[in-house]
Write a protein that binds this ligand. Structure first.
Ligand SMILES: Nc1nc2c(ncn2[C@@H]2O[C@H](COP(=O)(O)OP(=O)(O)O)[C@@H](O)[C@H]2O)c(=O)[nH]1
Ligand SMILES: [Mg+2]
Length: 372
């Protein structure tokens, strides 16, 4: 067959586009979507095995967490990075001034937060336009996505579409569906809730179309076709995103601001003027808050706790995670830990590596005798 994968995908996409969407066609469309998902996966495999891999930007992660600045060209991304960090990112009144990823570190409340200034995203970035695939691969690895928009150009729909096209899902979590391969019996679908957006037959057809011959599928929430396909494909990234409206110095009427607030209801939203420096403190606080970081205080064995300088870690961090942050040898020499604070059942509880810490906890790590 001479048609390329691109052409096959395009043909199916065209067919979906042309098909009237109603109760009678949803079965057909669901199957077509599953087919596209499989073809795209195949395409991705070829791309990454064919020598030229997508990661041109070797951005090394540093600090407690990484934030990716995502926006169209010239919205003020570089100006924001310069405001938040000591980095010097080139600012220009013309498009495409940021040709590479410029990292900076924002220090806030004892956290070191890496901020990445990325080249502006444009439509079809996910197909490679404007080095879009490289940019998007950096976004995939970030802990928080910061959409920056111009106060008068607020269409983030295009940006979200580009992120979705590379498997990034924003402000949502994976659907509660478990698919287990089996040896016989075909595709068996079981639901623990009433499905309103698809039915069992369609779910079965999609799982089949995607390539499973025998599987047990347990659906525990009212999923859509797209959510089910996300579970099938697997390599989705579920990222948190916030919205920063820049250049508010240009906004003179209050109704415009009110309109934006309404439009981005549901997002963590900050209004700033990067050029004038308005709203920067609020922005720092919002970034910190959205990253879900917590502070832990260390009490060296036999000494007083240092309450002045906390250790900042991710929410849900375990004792083991803290060990790894401190030094790579600590885990090997770990005997047990003692915890005071909200995660402890009682003050001074003895816990192991799997214990999950909470904000404000005090922690002593007891090492093996003779171990470092
Ligand atoms: N009026 C106004 N202009 C801004 C603001 N922030 C950035 N700019 C201007 O917008 C242009 C593009 O900024 P830049 O940071 O290079 O945008 P980037 O392409 O998104 O990195 C420059 O001329 C900046 O001076 C702002 O808050 N208000
Ligand atoms: Mg720039």
């Amino acid at each position: 067959m001479s048609t390329t994968i691109e052409e096959q995908i395009k043909a199916i996409e065209d067919e979906i586009f042309k098909t009237q969407k109603n109760k009678h066609t949803e079965y057909h469309i669901g199957k077509l979507k599953a087919k596209i998902a499989r073809l795209k996966e195949e395409q991705e495999k070829r791309r990454t095995s064919g020598g030229r891999t997508g990661t041109v930007f070797g951005v090394k992660k540093s600090g407690n967490a990484t934030v990716a600045i995502v926006g169209f060209p010239s919205v003020g991304k570089s100006t924001i990075l310069n405001r938040l960090t000591e980095a010097k990112s080139e600012v220009g009144a013309y498009d495409f001034t940021t040709l590479d990823v410029v990292p900076g570190v924002m220090e806030y409340k004892f956290a070191k937060i890496q901020i990445l200034d990325l080249p502006g995203l444009i439509k079809d970035a996910s197909k490679g336009k404007g080095r879009g695939r490289e940019v998007l691969s950096v976004v995939r690895a970030a802990d928080l996505i910061m959409f920056v928009i111009d106060a008068y150009d607020t269409n983030i729909g295009i940006l979200i579409k580009e992120l979705e096209a590379v498997g990034i899902r924003i402000n949502t979590r994976p659907a509660d569906v478990v698919i287990t391969k089996t040896d016989i019996g075909g595709v068996d679908v079981r639901c623990t809730v009433k499905l309103t957006k698809i039915d069992e037959e369609l779910a079965r057809a999609i799982v089949n179309e995607y390539g499973y011959v025998n599987a047990e599928v347990v659906i525990r929430e009212d999923v859509t076709v797209d959510q089910l396909i996300d579970v099938l494909v697997g390599n989705r990234v579920y990222a948190k995103a916030m919205v920063v409206v820049n250049k508010i110095d240009l906004v003179k009427d209050k109704a415009h601001m009110a309109g934006l607030k309404k439009k981005f209801r549901g997002y963590s939203l900050v209004f700033i003027s990067a050029e004038r420096g308005t709203g920067i403190d609020e922005l720092k606080e919002a970034i910190y808050h959205n990253l879900d970081l917590i502070s832990i205080y260390l009490k060296p064995q036999g000494r007083e706790v240092d309450l002045d300088v906390p250790l900042v870690v991710r929410k849900d961090a375990t004792i083991g995670d803290v060990c790894d942050v401190l030094h790579r040898s600590i885990r090997q020499n770990f005997r047990y830990a003692i915890v005071w604070g909200r995660s402890a059942k009682f003050p001074g509880q003895t816990v192991g590596l799997d214990h999950v810490l909470l904000d404000g906890d005090i922690l002593s790590i007891i090492k093996k005798r003779g171990g470092g």
